[in-house]
Design a protein around this ligand. Structure first.
Ligand code: S3P
Length: 442
């Protein structure tokens, strides 16, 4: 499917975005292994939600959908009937994690210590993503995990075992790896100490703590003792990674004012806001508050005169999913923007270094790829062109926002990728972009 669009004169409105994908997935998984039952509301919509639900249901977890949920104050919610630690059932078929790296890595952490044999795979993108990063530490804990093809890629074959706690220094900063190990550690004998090289998103730590897990955070080290969780009702905050598209559009469009309500502003995810502010963005947070141990706020963004920036080091994990759309912002900033230390971008839903550079270059941007990021010279006008999604939701949405800013018509090819995290994206685009000419071509 293709979407064809062109520029618009004004961008304005008050919008909300889907619930945070990372928090939604953890809320489903952790409530499945908890004791009791809980409602999870304002979840992320889209294929990744469906993937994690399918995985958990194939392990025998009962999850029931309700509308007009008063417990979570949301239109739609899911009630998860926890099966307790070690309560999962042996799946009948191969588990299918779709496009979701988070679902696969976290659920393998759970399967590693579950006493049965299981297999898990994913779609064309997920079967190309490295799993050695979880296979190695989980094996050190005593798990038996093999790749069907003898490499470190899915499908994975898991022979669940009694696990031992681990002392592990993670070589890369990855919340998926950390969370996978933390879930395995709950199912192990003895204490585990997991040390990360820099801070990555800490939703698992926050949620486990609020569910009564015996965990301690000591700087970059997380100490996990095997423990039971108690089910917890969760209202998920809006996804800052989805809001990032509107923040960037608000900054780079010459006539804009957008308010995005109820966005999660956890400091481990705040890189996009910190970076845009350092680039001189006209962006403020209002109404800061907390729900379920996660901070949230409304974000107001207006047309801005952006300046260049250098992004590297510990900042990278805090902005990892927003770097493609940040590259677009840099096209409209004064001077040269450099993104370094972001090699991890190559292992996402697509190789996001080459996908970002190719897509924006097709629209006339001055951007080059480096080994671990990109370099952008701002100020070059964009013109319409053809952009592929490479099957990656964040690339498709970045190119759509670029199309709004380009002169002429832009076509987003394989635009259905957007459905992974944000099926309502096109609808919201149409609402906030004044008299937008947006056409869908099957
Ligand atoms: C995620 C962590 C990040 C991020 C992904 C979601 C999570 O990946 O890119 O979209 O929910 O834990 P890594 O932790 O592997 O960097």
């Amino acid at each position: 499917m293709r979407y064809i669009l062109s520029s618009c004169k004004n961008v304005s409105g008050e919008i909300s975005v889907p619930g945070d994908k990372s928090i939604s997935q953890r809320a489903f998984i952790l409530n499945s292994i908890a004791n009791g039952r809980a409602h999870v509301g304002n979840i992320c919509v889209g294929d990744d939600k469906a993937s994690v639900l399918r995985c958990l249901r194939s392990l025998g977890v009962r999850i029931v959908e309700h509308s007009n949920c008063r417990i979570t104050n949301s239109q739609e919610c899911f009630e998860v009937f926890g099966k307790g630690r070690f309560g999962m059932s042996k799946p009948v078929d191969m588990i299918f994690a779709g496009n979701s790296g988070t679902a696969m890595r976290l659920i393998v952490g759970l399967l590693a210590g579950s006493p049965f044999y299981s297999e898990i795979t994913g779609d064309d993108s997920l079967v190309k993503r490295p799993m050695g990063r979880i296979m190695k530490p989980l094996s050190l804990m005593g798990a038996e995990i093999l790749s069907q093809n003898g490499n470190d890629l899915p499908p994975l074959l898991i022979n669940g075992k009694s696990l031992q706690g681990i002392e592990y220094k993670m070589p890369i900063s990855s919340a998926q790896v950390k969370s996978s190990l933390m879930i395995a550690a709950l199912h192990s004998e003895g204490k585990s100490e997991i040390t990360q090289p820099s801070f990555s998103r800490d939703h698992t730590e926050r949620m486990m703590l609020s569910m009564g897990a015996d965990i301690v955070q000591d700087g970059l080290k997380i100490i996990v003792n095997p423990s039971d969780l108690t089910s917890k009702n969760i209202t998920v905050p809006g996804d800052i990674s989805s809001a990032a598209f509107w923040m960037v559009l608000g900054c780079i469009h010459p006539s804009s004012e957008i308010k995005i309500a109820n966005i999660g502003i956890n400091s481990t995810r705040l890189g996009i806001i910190d970076v845009l502010k350092s680039m001189n963005a006209n962006l403020i947070l209002e109404n800061e508050r907390e729900i379920n141990n996660e901070p949230i706020a409304d974000v107001i963004v207006k047309s801005s005169d952006l300046e260049n920036i250098e992004i590297s080091g510990d900042l990278v994990p805090r902005i990892i999913d927003e770097l493609p759309v940040l590259a677009l912002a840099a096209c409209f900033a004064k001077g040269q923007t450099v993104v370094k230390d972001a090699e991890e971008l190559k292992f996402k839903e697509s190789d996001r270094i080459s996908a970002t550079v190719e897509g924006l270059s097709n629209l006339g941007a001055d951007i080059i790829a480096t080994e671990d990021g990109f370099i952008i010279n701002g100020g070059k006008k964009l013109r319409g062109g053809n952009c592929f999604s490479y099957g990656d939701h964040r690339i498709a949405m970045t190119m759509a926002i670029a199309g709004i800013m380009a002169e002429g018509t832009t076509t987003i090819i394989d635009a259905e990728a957007v459905d992974v995290s944000y099926p309502m994206f096109w609808h919201t685009l149409k609402i906030i972009c004044d008299s937008l000419d947006l056409r869908k071509n099957e």
